[in-house]
Write a new protein. Structure first.
Length: 509
């Protein structure tokens, strides 16, 4: 095995120089699990509020303890009066004595008289009124404690203070055979100007940590790095156009494909630092460009010259990502939960083996729990990455399981029913009056069809679309299955499902 990279001009020492950047944080010699890397997100204001709430709750708890102890004692005294007067002093002394300090005689008395062994848990049997009052006090204490800010954590890469593990070059990659002196952190030699290889100090004296990752991040974003700006600009371009200027976003080396528009890529790479690395501004730059705002209409002459559309003579039609498809279905029926942050939504497996959210929770897909062993069925069907391997680019394939999911999937059926119900609630008699008034339709309430069309496509149906949809709803409402429930709602649900499964809904055009 050669010491250097097989295809690209990267010495093996460069790999270990990059490894040295992250060595203090990863530290294989003292590996820490994610749970050991957690950092609290509580602010100083949150901690001050927590202390205040705890103090008030402690005061309420003290009052509760006093009242509870008094109520238990009162019940004990009343129960004690049921015994002969001569036996009361011995029984009282036996039960008042700590369990580990009772004499043998006292232990026998306690065991022989379980009725006197009163605890807060059985107080309701002796004094229901006092037990109810104590229960109400407990509820108030719980309510008060619930005012504490929720402490959330995030797992981050941190360094152990005072520890700076060494990075060695391993002979033939064997970790048992370190050779040579310690490797200092740095960047790839090929990315530096001639004679100006970027070096990072082993320890930044002004920082509590080694400062290696910060120094490398500043180097990458100084606007002169030959790779970082290009790879980032290419990635953002890929997400908007479905294909990168370099069509191998994870491989800019010799094995990757050359850029189709190298001058454009160079210019975009310089625009990123000029915009202060603001992705929001960069997205606006791409989406307001002429190439992005082109029609997707195909022209025979252009197709003859550039059938693969590598020259961007038109906008390539592309399907929405899996998460966007799911979120859009929830959005059109008014159910999408846009709540930011918080815990993820757990996933469950139904009787048919399909993995989804419990009770069809409508949170955005980015908050769904990601488990390699149980990927969400709907997202996986529409090519969401499984998590087993790194995904440099998603493949937008068209397959039979996608059609089956749209036709028979429980999630899609539920969203179609929700959309139909929303349309029935929101529609008014005069909605789209000019359109439906000029078209002779068979369906009694064409306004409903126009409403679902507007909700799904953000436009009204054409005259032909209204006529076809009207005929479809009329036929569906007369089917035996529809007549068993609400014929109109059942027929409208079937129409909504067709709209959610259509190309206009699933594709960016």
């Amino acid at each position: 095995m050669a010491l250097d990279h097989r295809y690209d001009p990267i010495p093996q020492t460069d790999y270990y120089r990059l490894r040295a950047v992250f060595e203090p944080g990863l530290d294989p010699g003292q590996w820490r699990r994610p749970g050991e890397r957690r950092v609290s997100l509580l602010t100083d204001a949150d901690r001050a509020k927590t202390a205040l709430v705890d103090a008030e709750a402690a005061k309420m708890q003290a009052e509760f303890d006093v009242k509870q102890k008094a109520a238990v004692r009162e019940a004990f005294e009343k129960e004690l009066e049921k015994f002969p007067a001569d036996d009361r002093p011995k029984l009282k002394a036996a039960f008042d004595a700590p369990a580990d300090k009772r004499t043998e005689e006292q232990k026998k008395l306690v065991a022989a008289n379980p009725k006197l062994n009163l605890t807060p848990g059985v107080l309701y049997q002796y004094n229901p009124k006092a037990a109810d009052e104590l229960k109400a006090m407990q509820a108030k204490i719980a309510t008060k404690r619930a005012e504490r800010p929720v402490e959330e954590f995030v797992a981050v890469m941190t360094e152990i203070p005072g520890r700076l593990p060494a990075t060695k070059l391993f002979h033939r990659g064997d970790a048992r055979q370190p050779i040579g002196p310690d490797i200092l952190p740095g960047d790839l030699t090929v990315t530096a100007a001639e004679g100006k290889r970027f070096e990072i100090p082993a320890k930044e004296a002004s920082l509590p940590s080694s400062g290696r990752r910060l120094a490398w991040a500043k180097h990458l974003t100084d606007g002169t790095h030959p790779l970082f700006g290009r790879t980032m600009a290419n990635r953002l371009w890929l997400n908007h156009f479905g294909r990168g200027i370099v069509d191998t976003p994870g491989e800019f080396g010799r094995l990757g494909q050359p850029p189709t528009h190298p001058e454009l890529l160079d210019w975009l790479a310089t625009e990123l630092p000029r915009l202060g690395w603001s992705q929001k501004k960069f997205h606006k730059l791409l989406m307001t460009s002429t190439v992005y705002r082109q029609s997707s209409r195909r022209e025979p002459l252009k197709d003859a010259i550039d059938g693969g559309n590598t020259l961007y003579g038109r906008f390539s039609v592309r399907r929405l990502e899996a998460e966007a498809v799911r979120d859009r279905m929830l959005m059109v029926n008014g159910r999408l939960d846009r709540t930011m942050f918080g815990p993820s939504v757990g996933i469950v497996e139904d009787a048919a083996g399909q993995v989804g959210t419990p009770d069809d929770k409508p949170r955005r897909s980015v908050y769904l729990q990601a488990r390699r062993s149980k990927p969400v069925a709907f997202l996986t069907t529409f090519d969401a990455p499984g998590g087993e391997l790194s995904c440099e680019r998603r493949n937008a394939m068209t397959s039979a399981p996608q059609s089956l999911m749209l036709m028979n999937g429980e999630f899609v059926r539920k969203q179609a029913a929700q959309l139909a119900a929303k349309a029935k609630v929101d529609v008014s008699v005069d909605f789209a009056h000019d359109l439906v008034g000029s078209v002779k339709v068979e369906y009694a309430r064409p306004q409903l069809i126009a409403k679902v069309w507007q909700l799904a496509y953000l436009r009204l149906p054409t005259a032909d679309e209204l006529q076809i949809a009207s005929r479809f709803v009329q036929q569906q409402s007369q089917s035996p299955s529809a007549k068993k429930t609400d014929p109109e709602l059942a027929a409208l649900t079937n129409l909504c499902q067709q709209l959610l499964a259509s190309n206009e809904f699933l594709y960016v055009d």
